[in-house]
Design a protein around this ligand. Sequence first.
Ligand code: SAH
Ligand code: SF4
Ligand code: F3S
Length: 477
Amino acid sequence: MSKRRTPSMMTTEEAQRQETYIKQIRMQNDLEKSKTSKQKHYYIATFGCQMNAHDSEKLAGMLEQMGYQKTDQENEADFILYNTCCVRENAEQKVYGKLGYLKYLKDMNKDLIIAICGCMMQQDTVLNIIKSKYPHVDIIFGTFNIYKLPELLQTYLETKETVIDIWNEHKDIVEDLPSIRKYKFKASVNIMYGCNNFCTYCIVPYVRGRERSRQPEDILNEIKELVADGVKEIMLLGQNVNSYGKTLKDGISFAQLLRKVNEIEGLKRIRFMTSHPKDLSDELILAMRDCDKVCKSLHLPFQAGSTEILKKMNRKYTKEQYLELAEKIQNTIPDIALTTDIIVGFPGENEEDFKDTLDVVRKVRFSGAYTFIYSKRTGTPAATMEGEVPEEICQRRFNELQEVLQPIVYEKSQEFYGKTVEILVEEKSKNKDSYLTGRTDSGHLVHFEGDTSLIGQFVNVEIIEAKTYYLIGKLAN
Ligand code: SAH
Ligand code: SF4
Ligand code: F3S
């Protein structure tokens, strides 16, 4: 666990306002602790993407400043927060399922505070369901005002009535929120928020608002501070990092930002996600090639192979353009590991269209892919499109896709066999005692036997076994 920045360094007026609530709650918690000698705990469950995971780090940072300590045991917590995702229906179902259990916990402990935030809350229908069916939820907020948690909590503590605060658009980018990182040596940094692409299947632009970029100085300063605090690897986050800077006056491009980040002394690795193919410029490919700290991995979702379907998805590229782009990247940066996202069963997808998806998978030879069955999201243009694909066909195509994809991923993994690679050691292996887990520059997971003192270090390992989703290595020197 690692903390960053103290409240006294918060700069914006809004952050300062929240600081007064933080102090108030901290005082109340300290007072109670001195009376009962019981420490208060918080539990956060995060659903969805890295954007949400990073928001949760900020929420955890505020909770710790308010005097709460983290627990992994939900039933031990005094404050439970669910940070939700609505990108697919099953993400929402998971949350509803767990909310039932929270009712039981609340019945057992009437002082338990339950809060729920994130993308799901930005939809009126969801809000109404929570209000009517889950009255045990005490605090509800959305994606645009996470920094208001201290104020919302204070209001709840004073009134003991449900507090709801959901905005439809973002107001300020509040800089300098405290944040608790999972790893001391790696961190995520938002470079932009929101999305303007409106892919027709996707709910993100509706729940995360319009695209806005952070000032380059704020990003660079944050990274410098992180590096001073021990961070060696950073992940630059945005729904579409390739359009970074378009909303800024000075018009800095993502490639230019990357070159600046690359100059930061002490930083070892730079990753970023996600890239939209339509905005991936030659300038960026060259910056990736030239910048020694930029990892040789690129997540480049193609979603569907058929140009017809891509058009209906509003992706703004054709099958051929995607293939050309992938080839150009692979030719310019030979060792690059390309990964992707794929959706099957988009409305109107026929067998020919689906074959185009398989064709792209075979031609590009991805190192990994997240694969999804299309999920209808109310309010998106695709939700009312004709040609819904029956569930059994979706499932069959999904399975067929795995059959084509997995051998390719396995073969890409095999390319590591016998090679010695540098990895950043991240943690103890979850499956095997005395083993550690690290990641290569290309993003591949490596398990190897080693001492926990190596966590956070770069080490060389020789790959002695290559599986589809991970590699086994042995320390080499
Ligand atoms: N901004 C990123 C990621 C967005 S969400 C990008 O553009 O790549 C992550 C992935 O979820 C998407 O890439 C897409 O493959 C998938 N996804 C989004 N909406 C979906 C839906 N309605 N049904 C199925 N998959 C979806
Ligand atoms: Fe969704 Fe498309 Fe934006 Fe990605 S680029 S978040 S898929 S609308
Ligand atoms: Fe889900 Fe929101 Fe991310 S909808 S995928 S958590 S931006």
